[in-house]
Design a protein around this ligand. Structure first.
Ligand SMILES: [Zn+2]
Length: 264
């Protein structure tokens, strides 16, 4: 079978193991079914996810122009504490920002390499945790807007990482920590205006089970613009990465906007 299309991140379903679906044009490919098979990936060009033009991708699936114009990738997306829709202040498109920011957000702890703190819209739970390749996750607070989640994350970053070490995540080198214990330890650092939203003990740690037959011992990242053809045996999927038998890994999300062909 041969498929072709523009890459965007895989749709996932929580399960044991998690299920992954890759959309390439009309085809939705069940990636779990391709584990243990030889795949060939070929680079075919770029297509901006926002304007649809065949322009080189700058960041997050967007061409340069769209990255600096589209309301979907304003600075408040990566840095929630910069959110201003709750004050009625526009960044790029106030209507869009109100809809995106003025809705329930979760600040959580995740165990993906070290313990990290992160922010997500409530509707993105557990998708966000799956995409990060977290083995475990635990909500800390649920707040009514993105700004409050952002300032909580900023305060907790003083004590915890907010990054995932993707190499360790893929090698499954994860520290042994009890997230419920850490949630109690960091409670005093939650900002005053957010304290009322702290989850006591009602939520439990969610453990995620990724479809990986064997974790790599070292990882080398496939860059399709430099290696336009790659062939290898898929041995697992974690986060938004394909893991191949020869230690090659491919970041599907990191390659959004790349047109590929996939041969099975
Ligand atoms: Zn564009």
């Amino acid at each position: 079978m041969q498929y072709q299309g523009v890459l965007s991140k895989m749709r996932t379903e929580l399960g044991s193991p998690i299920r992954y679906y890759l959309q390439l044009e009309e085809d939705e490919i069940s990636m779990n079914d391709l584990i243990d098979q030889e795949l060939q990936l070929s680079f075919q060009g770029y297509q901006c996810l926002n304007c649809g033009k065949k322009k080189k991708i700058y960041r997050q699936g967007h061409c340069y122009d769209c990255f600096y114009k589209s309301p979907h990738v304003g600075d408040w997306v990566m840095r929630p504490e910069l959110s201003k829709a709750h004050l009625g202040i526009e960044d790029r498109n106030l209507e869009f920002e109100k809809e995106a920011q003025l809705q329930p957000h979760i600040v959580y702890l995740a165990l993906s390499s070290d313990v990290k703190v992160g922010v997500t819209r409530k509707t993105q739970v557990p998708t966000r945790w799956i995409d990060q390749g977290a083995n475990e996750a635990l909500p800390i607070v649920e707040v009514p807007n993105r700004y409050l989640a952002g300032i909580t994350e900023v305060a907790l970053k003083e004590h915890l990482s907010d990054k995932t070490n993707w190499r360790k995540m893929l090698k499954n080198e994860v520290v042994e920590e009890d997230l419920e214990v850490i949630r109690e330890q960091i409670e005093p650092y939650i900002p005053e205006e957010v304290k009322d939203y702290y989850y006591e003990n009602e939520d439990e740690v969610l453990a995620l089970d990724f479809p990986v037959n064997q974790y790599p011992t070292k990882v080398k990242s496939l860059n399709l613009s430099k290696t336009p053809e790659y062939k290898g045996k898929l041995i697992g999927i974690k986060g938004q990465y394909f893991i191949f038998e020869d230690n090659t890994v491919f970041n599907v999300r990191g390659n959004e906007g790349t047109i590929i062909s996939l041969e099975v």
